[in-house]
Design a protein around this ligand. Structure first.
Ligand SMILES: Cc1ncc(COP(=O)(O)O)c(C=O)c1O
Length: 499
């Protein structure tokens, strides 16, 4: 139950409107003894988790020596660790959250009929309640939706603009021979730059890119909400409308990579002019109405451990995608998922738009960021919704990008404190399809917070370990790669420390 470390509320953006009282709600403290409304929780500094713990999972405490041995065995790649050797696992927020009582009840309701399962209809109805696209195509996770979409519309000579492609999105675009181009606003590339919607697409750059490549060679424009690779930063409705206008003018479909749609909607609700009085559902539906389709990983804001979907309006494209789905994922009413998974997602989508949940989610992530920022650790600001990103390039200026400062920092956090984060930098993005290598735009370590999983003492421990490592940053050394696959190398590459 994180409490705010300063008098400024976590999540507040300088020059933004996060602090303001909302609509018909009074922010004046009162002691009338009435039931506390949701909004009156804003009176207290303590960020209360809107749930109680119902079942617990043990975690194993390990020594520095044990972790050092685990690192060697893993080729200094944290993806290769045995998860039992990890104390606090912040590798990803994908599929790692705790499900609710009602989601587990949904699992019991799962109907495993091959075709036309009631669980499929529950899933479909939940999806179209938020994203009313004509076709919903279930997949086992987000990248399967990407693979199907880009197999259908990608190919050599084509270009796919995005605010920032996530690693699997980029890989799936490039695998078809198409170019993946990142066009986030300039502030989105500067870790310390403050902007309430730092995930926004640079609309002028988008227009220039489409003109250069030719509209006929741009099969889709993607907007990733929130912008994971750029620090979990949100995209405003205003920006989405401007991108929509460009797409309309040039006749190009607009798709959302909507993994963290609810967190994005919460930021819109808190920060965008005129949005504070609207429900999260309403904002999500407006985001959907501006797009022609979406890819989704339900492992994030579906609050589920597995699942995803592709949704779209274009009938012919949908048919082509369904045929591809049948080849690799399964029949169109289950698409690589069990009926029970479909039920868990259907319920998760109802829970994720709950304002109490989203307020806790965003504020508790900011709690970690505020404490590190106050301690002088360079972090991406404003704080993202699902993760805090450490700026390894700023913290370790003595390690050049091609000696992977992000990887060096991630290794140190694990070695010292058993904390597993994820390098998002030159290891992940530095290598190009032709085998050449250049520094990525940023070298970050992402500390992703699994949903509804860790408590304040876990987070306080993370703060203590990160501070300890940051105070000794000058002692850290870079790493070199000794083995790597041709694509998505961060998952399986092996490293060794330099010096
Ligand atoms: C923005 C974004 N897009 C796509 C994906 C891929 O989703 P999945 O891991 O379910 O394949 C992720 C996963 O982290 C993501 O963050």
């Amino acid at each position: 139950m994180p409490s705010a470390g300063s008098s400024r509320r976590p999540g507040a953006v300088e020059g933004g409107t996060a602090e303001r009282c909302r609509g018909n709600v009074t922010c004046t403290p009162h002691v009338t003894g009435r039931l506390l409304s949701t909004a009156t929780m804003d009176r207290w500094r303590t960020i209360i988790e809107p749930f109680r713990i119902h079942s617990v999972e043990p975690i194993r405490l390990t020594t520095v020596e044990e972790r050092e041995a685990a690192l060697r065995a893993a080729g200094w790649n944290l993806f290769n660790l045995h998860a039992d050797d990890v104390l606090i696992d912040l590798l990803t927020d994908s599929g790692t959250g705790a499900m609710s009582r009602d989601q587990w009840a949904g699992i019991q309701h799962g109907d495993e009929s091959y075709a036309g399962s009631p669980s499929w209809f529950a899933f479909r109805d939940s999806v179209i309640d938020l994203f009313p696209f004509r076709h919903v195509i279930p997949t086992h996770q987000g990248r399967a939706a990407e693979k199907i979409l880009f197999s259908a519309i990608g190919g050599p000579g084509r270009t796919v603009p995005n605010n920032t492609h996530f690693d699997t999105t980029r890989a799936n675009v490039e695998y078809t021979g198409a170019d993946a181009v990142d066009l986030v606003i300039p502030e989105g590339r500067v870790p310390s730059a403050l902007h309430p919607f730092k995930g926004n697409m640079d609309v002028d750059a988008l227009e220039r890119c489409i003109e250069e490549r030719g509209a006929a060679n741009v099969p889709v424009v993607i907007v990733t909400i929130t912008n994971n690779s750029g620090g979990g930063q949100p995209v405003s409705l205003r920006n989405l409308r401007a991108v929509r206008a460009v797409c309309d003018r040039l006749g190009i479909p607009l798709f959302l990579d909507a993994c963290r749609f609810a967190e994005n909607a919460w930021f819109i609700h808190e920060r965008e002019e005129g949005q504070a009085g609207r429900s999260i559902r309403d904002i999500v539906r407006e985001m959907a109405s501006l797009a022609d389709g979406m890819t989704m990983s339900a492992k994030k804001d579906g609050l589920a451990n597995i699942g995803g979907w592709l949704a779209l309006n274009d009938d012919a494209l949908a048919e082509q995608c369904r045929n591809l789905l049948i080849l690799t994922e399964g029949f169109p009413t289950y698409g690589g998922l069990a009926g029970r998974d479909l039920e868990a997602i259907a319920q998760g989508l109802r829970e994720v738009i709950d304002e109490d949940y989203l307020r806790y989610r965003i504020r508790s992530t900011a709690y970690l960021g505020e404490a590190l920022d106050a301690a002088g650790v360079p972090v991406v600001k404003p704080f993202g919704g699902h993760a805090i990103y450490l700026d390894a390039r700023a913290l370790l200026p003595h390690i050049p990008p091609l000696e992977y400062p992000g990887q060096a920092l991630a290794i140190a956090l694990y070695r010292e404190g058993g904390i597993r984060g994820c390098e998002i930098g030159t290891v992940m993005f530095g290598r190009h399809p032709d085998g050449s290598e250049t520094p990525a735009a940023m070298d970050l370590v992402r500390l992703a917070i699994p949903r509804r999983t860790y408590t304040q003492s876990h987070v306080d421990y993370v703060i203590e370990v990160v501070r300890w490592v940051a105070e000794r940053a000058a002692e850290l050394r870079g790493v070199r790669i000794v083995e790597q696959p041709p694509a998505l190398r961060h998952f399986t590459a092996r490293f060794e420390p330099i010096g």
